[in-house]
Design a protein around this ligand. Structure first.
Ligand SMILES: [Mn+2]
Length: 576
């Protein structure tokens, strides 16, 4: 059974009892994949992903480590290798400038470990989320100068740091940028920029996380400088999968290799930091899925940066004895408990404001004396609940700092682009962004954003819909079918677990389980066939559904392993 943490459960309840959802069945694609003998539902799953030939099917179903792209497809990669060679020869000290989120901390882990294995001295600087924010800063460069750094790497940031890179050059530090953020037209004068988002970049896969980009650099360095050990790099994939999933990168293309093998490595990780975290936080490492990473591991790594300083998460990742790792893991667990408390409190507070004043608005924009570290998570939860783009702002002395979360089919940075005249700084991705705004500009910014967003939200958006991928008959669901579906794992961003519409089945048993009767166990029957089901966070349904009812359900079809028995189970999302 897949475990999910408290906050999504609470959320599901709110989501499905707050309003009645319409069901929509996605249109099926009227095509055949030639040369493949597939279950019609499985065939549709491929067609939905634009996979249309047997070769493409094989590529998707068998993501092999050996199939990772050549890192030298980044045109600056040779320059990176040459510069690092020189650094080894001259015994230089290398600076690494990281970032405070899970992807940033993971990127710094990969690169620092890779460079140390090549015999280099490394000095890692992780910025403080609360006082420094995102991107290279002068304070860090000054510290690097003090330590004698002559070559610095940025990880998960740097592409827009023109001034800071110029400053480093002035101080005789060469800069190599490794990043995956959106690239502006003018770029810093760095020795090399490794970023798949650069317009000139010919690397075939654009959706790498910061951690994956750092891994590509290490992969290139080992290929040229330590080829006999390059197979060992597989053991770094646990960290790459965490960075990739934490940063919500689509689990397609090369990321499928990182996620699939990374999750496997993660379940038998050699890293003390993860091992102690699993122990301290009761994370079951037998069957780690992308959900485990998204809802249990990534929030803990992020908690340090949100509540105190991300350097503690970095220490956890790099700890090489179990006692140090245990202490870091305990500290992070405390920070996460605290983070969860204040997040829940603020989400409730903001939710009340929304209900009172914002229900008729296209975009929810709210400012207050809110803790900077958690406004992003709260914005995400509110966006998820109301299916509207959200910006939550922390009021500081002279400025406000906002964290934005978007909805499907809306590129949030494009909204900010249209209001850039009122913003001091902004940046981010399609679904999440940040901005700094002067106090006096806040009201006019809100007004403009509400106006501009109208053109950007696609007309057909459906706020109160749940989508089913396919209609399937109850009799078709068996172990064979579940095993076919499992080949599509790991499920996650842009490779979501399919939802099935199953019609006209009978409820044979129903009972609530779990703390506060939060969940439901059901048994369904049709034509003499019986299947058991679970409905997470749906305990309240027991008031309206009873034994003997004829119902339709929306559900995932999964395997349930319990006491050594394996059976087919429906994971019910909605019922009518
Ligand atoms: Mn990132």
């Amino acid at each position: 059974m897949k475990s999910r943490n408290d906050f999504i459960l609470i959320f599901f309840v709110v989501q499905y009892f707050g309003m009645r959802k319409k069901w929509k069945l996605k249109k099926s694609i009227n095509k055949k994949i030639k040369g493949a003998n597939l279950h019609p539902v499985i065939e549709q799953l491929f067609l939905n992903k634009n996979i249309e030939t047997p070769q493409e099917i094989e590529e998707f179903l068998e993501p092999k480590y050996e199939k990772l792209h050549d890192p030298f497809l980044f045109e600056d990669m040779h320059r990176v290798v040459e510069r690092v060679k020189r650094a080894i020869k001259n015994n230089e000290i290398i600076g690494i400038f990281g970032d405070h989120d899970a992807d940033g901390v993971s990127s710094a882990t990969i690169l620092s470990e890779g460079l140390e294995k090549l015999g280099l001295n490394v000095d890692v600087y992780i910025p403080d989320k609360l006082t420094e924010g995102h991107g290279i800063n002068k304070k860090a460069i000054d510290e690097f100068v003090e330590t004698g750094v002559t070559l610095m790497f940025s990880v998960d940031c740097g592409t827009s740091n023109i001034k800071e890179v110029a400053y480093a050059n002035e101080k005789n530090i060469d800069v190599i940028i490794t990043d995956h953020h959106h690239a502006p037209d003018s770029l810093p004068e760095a020795l090399a920029i490794i970023n798949p988002q650069l317009k000139r970049c010919k690397y075939p896969f654009k959706e790498l996380s910061g951690t994956a980009v750092a891994f590509k650099v290490v992969q290139a360095l080992f290929e040229k400088l330590k080829p006999d050990e390059s197979q060992q790099l597989k053991w770094l994939l646990d960290v790459v999968s965490v960075g990739t999933i934490a940063d919500c990168m689509p689990l397609l293309g090369e990321n499928r290799i990182f996620a699939k093998y990374g999750l496997l490595v993660l379940s038998k990780t050699r890293r003390e930091g993860y091992r102690q975290m699993f122990k301290v936080s009761n994370i079951n490492n037998c069957n780690i899925s992308a959900l485990t990473v998204a809802y249990q591991i990534a929030p803990r790594i992020n908690a340090a940066g949100r509540m105190s300083h991300a350097k503690h998460a970095f220490e956890l990742m790099r700890a090489n004895d179990s006692i140090q790792a245990f202490e870091c893991a305990e500290f992070i667990e405390e920070q996460n408990i605290e983070r969860r408390k204040i997040t829940q409190k603020l989400t409730r507070e903001i939710d009340n404001i929304v209900k009172k004043d914002h229900l008729n608005k296209k975009m929810i924009l709210i400012a207050g004396d809110y803790p900077l570290g958690i406004i992003g998570i709260v914005a995400g939860q509110i966006a998820n609940k109301y299916k509207k783009p959200v910006g939550i702002f922390s009021k500081l002395e002279n400025e406000l700092r906002g964290s934005f979360r978007s909805i499907e089919n809306l590129h949030i940075v494009k909204v900010l682009d249209k209001c850039s005249g009122y913003l001091e700084r902004y940046g981010g991705h399609e679904q999440a962004a940040g901005a700094i705004i002067k106090k006096e500009n806040f009201d006019v910014f809100c007004k403009k954003a509400q106006e501009k967003i109208v053109d950007l939200i696609s007309g057909s958006e459906c706020n109160e819909c749940v989508f089913a991928d396919f209609k399937i008959s109850f009799s078709e669901i068996d172990m064979n079918f579940v095993e076919e579906l499992e080949k599509f794992e790991p499920f996650g961003e842009q490779n979501e677990e399919p939802v099935f519409l199953i019609e006209s089945i009978y409820v044979r048993e129903i009972r609530t389980i779990g703390k506060n009767d939060a969940h439901l166990r059901l048994v369904f029957e049709s034509d003499g066939k019986i299947l058991s089901a679970i409905a997470f966070g749906k305990g309240k349904w027991s008031e309206k559904v009873s034994v003997g009812d004829k119902v339709d359900v929306l559900a995932h079809v999964q395997k349930n392993e319990w006491n050594g028995n394996v059976s087919v189970q429906l994971n019910v999302i909605d019922i009518r």
